[in-house]
Structure formats: C-alpha cells, structure tokens
Write a protein that binds this ligand. Structure first.
Ligand code: FES
Ligand code: FES
Length: 155
C-alpha cells in the first residue's frame, strides 16, 4: 500500500509498514530529528507535529492515517523566518534542557491559530509535559507571541 502525503511542503510517498508511527518515519526515514520521542503513548507531547494545521502526537499516528494529509514539523515552522512563537520563546528564554521544547512550540503555535488571544486557562489546555518545569515561562512566551501576532496583523 502506497501512502501519499505532504511533509513540510514536499509531496512524498511511503511504501513501508502502514502501522509504523509517524514519529518513526520523521526521525528514521526523513531525518527530521527536531520532533522528539518521550513516552510513546501520547502522554507527554514531545512528539507534537501539525497535521492539516492541528497539533497531534506523532508517536501514536500510524502512517496509514496520513494518506492525503499535510504534515508540518518544527523544522518547517521557522523555515521562512522564525515564527512569532519561536521569537517569543527566545525573548522569554524558555527552554531549560530543551527536550520537550519543539513539542511545546508546535502546541503553542496551534493554540494561537485557534485562539489568537488566549487566557491562562486556554494555555492550560496544552497538556505537553516539561520535566524541567518551564511552564511559567511557556505561559509568558505564549502571551508574548499573541501580542507579537496581534501587532503584526495591525501593522
Ligand atoms: S512521545 Fe508522543 S506523546 Fe510522548
Ligand atoms: S525544558 Fe527540559 S523537559 Fe522541558
């Protein structure tokens, strides 16, 4: 079975095991190691990518579910200049060890697409885990990214 999909703007096809998780494909086939393996059971969010614009956990997404889908990873988020979330992350100096951060950024970018001016409660709906406890800086950075995007939309 050939699965055709788009990855970071490129049209691709896959003829391997259809039950293989997307995360395996990204890291081992596509060489996109910015997306991390944490738990493998959809609990931590380290593997978060965008599929058709929404944040999903790639460790539990089988390749067969991706036919016709548009997948975007952290490598593409800032490909044409850093995304507002990435700029805010730098300004707030968010990461500690960094392991969870690509997933956090992809989740935050998705949140801001759905809710441009999120409240703390909205931000708390992001369930990605950070073992270093960077949650307060993540919250500040998401508010900062929201302000950047608002400013850019009115400029
Ligand atoms: S590695 Fe996918 S949610 Fe933890
Ligand atoms: S920065 Fe270390 S796990 Fe989040």
């Amino acid at each position: 079975m050939t699965i055709r999909f788009r990855l970071n703007g490129a049209e691709l096809q896959f003829d391997g095991a259809t039950d293989m998780p997307l995360l395996w494909y990204l890291r081992d086939y596509a060489g996109l190691t910015g997306t991390k393996f944490g738990c493998g059971i959809a609990a931590c969010g380290a593997c978060t990518v965008h599929v058709d614009g929404g944040a999903l956990r790639s460790c539990v997404l089988p390749m067969q579910a991706l036919a016709g889908k548009d997948i975007r990873t952290i490598e593409d988020l800032g490909a044409n200049g850093l995304h507002a979330v990435q700029r805010a992350w730098i300004q707030e100096d968010v990461p500690q060890c960094g392991y969870c951060q690509s997933g956090q950024i992809m989740a935050a970018a998705d949140l801001l697409t759905r809710i441009p001016q999120p409240t703390d409660s909205d931000i708390a709906t992001i369930t990605n885990i950070c073992r270093c406890g960077t949650y307060p800086r993540i919250r500040k950075a998401i508010h900062r990214a929201a302000a950047i995007l608002k400013e850019e939309s009115t400029a």
